[in-house]
Design a protein. Structure first.
Length: 304
């Protein structure tokens, strides 16, 4: 077996046995192909399966240096993701193909400082949800659709992909919504009356007759609404409302969590609502809340 064949076997294992999402398989494909191409160029020969067990820590560090340089250098976060993918690949080689490599564990990735979420304020969130209906260049049903999608992001803390994965059979929405998120993990999120009302307004105005299994949100020509459209809508809203570049669709999800935390919700509940696998991911929102408290203190205290 060649190294390329081993990589294909690993990718099949991810897709068929571990049920990884297509995007995850795509990311591992890119990382593995880049890794094998570098090793082949570095050694000046085709890489065999046995050679993967002989890759040294120095060679892996050289690969990371290669990623860091060039015309399109990767960020520390992206490099860390690449290294994680390669380690997973080597674990597969060890456990399934009997090709261990202890040197891989000796290499540390770059330090990645997690960035604090950058949510919008409550007033800004209200403006974002109301603004689509004020756009004279869009048909009423398109404005209702955009408002419904953005309301789901902010009112339920959904990712764009999660909101756009809803089907006609999911609506009208009930008291709660079952969402399948990253890693095929399922969670239940409560649905606020305002969210239900926004989706119902879209359904009443939509010119399409949809079957239960078809995507709920549709583009102008009737096809499924794309994530790019939601991103472009938010970009236009930023310009009209004077919001910073950090006001993205995903920032509405951050805002959902931050505003819940500010209102007294506990971290464990927010973790479940967001579908985070680790509580440490959710704890980033405490940094935002603390920063706002300090800002309010500095602006209001007479001795500040």
């Amino acid at each position: 077996m060649t190294a390329a064949e081993a990589l294909q076997a690993f990718l099949s294992h991810l897709a068929q046995e571990r049920r990884a999402s297509p995007r995850t398989v795509e990311a591992y494909t890119a990382a593995g192909s880049r890794y094998l191409a570098f090793l082949s160029q570095h050694r000046g020969e085709a890489i065999s399966l046995a050679a993967l067990g002989e890759v040294s820590a120095a060679e892996l560090r050289a690969f990371l240096a290669h990623l860091r340089g060039g015309e399109r250098p990767l960020s520390p976060r992206s490099m860390s993701q690449q290294l994680s993918a390669i380690r997973t690949f080597h674990r597969y080689l060890d456990r399934r193909l009997g090709v261990p490599n202890a040197a891989i564990g000796l290499v540390r990735g770059p330090r990645v400082k997690p960035g604090a979420p950058r949510p919008v304020t409550e007033d800004q969130a209200r403006g974002v949800l109301a603004e689509p209906g004020l756009d004279p260049d869009r048909e009423d049903w398109e404005a209702a659709r955009d408002e419904a999608v953005l309301t789901l992001l902010y009112g339920c803390g959904l990712r764009i992909s999660e909101a756009l994965s809803l089907t006609r059979g999911d609506a009208p929405l009930g008291q709660s919504l079952r969402i399948t998120g990253k890693g095929s993990k399922t969670r239940v999120v409560p649905v606020l009356p305002a969210v239900r009302a926004a989706v119902e307004a879209y359904l009443a105005a939509a010119p399409f007759s949809l079957e239960p299994g078809e995507p709920l949100f549709r583009a102008k020509r009737g096809g499924p609404l794309s994530p790019r459209h939601v991103q472009a809508t938010m970009q236009a809203l930023r310009g009209r409302l004077g919001l910073p570049s950090s006001a993205t669709p995903h920032a509405l999800r951050h805002s959902f969590a931050t505003h819940l935390l500010g209102a007294g919700a506990d971290l464990r509940s927010i973790q479940e609502l967001l579908g985070h696998a680790s509580l440490s991911t959710t704890q980033r929102y405490t940094e935002v809340d603390a920063a706002r408290l300090l800002e309010a203190y500095a602006s209001a205290h007479p001795r500040a």
